[in-house]
Ligand binder design. Sequence first.
Ligand SMILES: [Zn+2]
Length: 295
Amino acid sequence: MIDQLNSSKRIINAISVDVEDWLQSTIDSKLPLTNRFHINTRKILEAFEARNVKGTFFVLGLAAEQAPDMVREIHDAGHEVQSHGYGHELVTTISPDHFRNDIERSKKILEDIIGVEVTGYRAPAFTITQKTLWALDILLDLGFKYDSSIFPVRMKRYGIEGSPWYPYIAKTPKGREILEIPVGSFEAAGRRWATGGGGYFRLLPYSVLRRAVRQMNDHQHSATIYMHPYEYDPIEFAELDYPVPMKIRLHQGLGRRGFPRKVNRLLTDFRFGTMQDVIDTLGELETHEHRSLDG
Ligand SMILES: [Zn+2]
């Protein structure tokens, strides 16, 4: 067991944060952002600093406009700042032109703040699917080098079943190539589970999450973990001045209290760094052509 953990320690995994505000990103993208994301992002920065870990922050353009000092602080602390788009509109609900404008705008806002080129992207709710593969060509047009939006598990509104669960070269509809770094997942009971963040991460016991990262590392692949500032905010629903339906409150609030502790344990048990740290270790990658579905 210990030997296995030591072998895992040699592989570098990516820790990533999608910097956004729960209400605007989950309930209605037209709502203004609350300032809770500043406070919660600071908690994450402190947790990373305490363990001397650098991570990648995919910052929403709207969040960067509201808190440019925070973005500068993330960058100055040695973390990687990349793009989560501008307005958190699902790629599956907007046109290619709208997507292009959203991404171009978010990239410029972040680059103006940090003075470094932004080359990585993660889509709102992982909505690069078989119907929106055109987004990959637009990312290449705008100078992006990698994407981290294709979920390797089919979910209700996103995910491409059967796509690689480790970093690979994705062929775009126009025949170009982009590096794709999917978030972590876990194979158990004959299927793949999305354990790298979100609901499973909040609800599963730490022992399962540890097994999931170890499984990827034992296959000599990095695991990419993702989280949101609001997962560090157990009192959000008690304080939020907005009529959030009870069912959503229960589902979205569950597991937040124990979340930071799980992250701290992962950061202690495995080696973590930025997406770029992982990219630097990649050898030859397989190329995967997704089947495009127009719709
Ligand atoms: Zn998001």
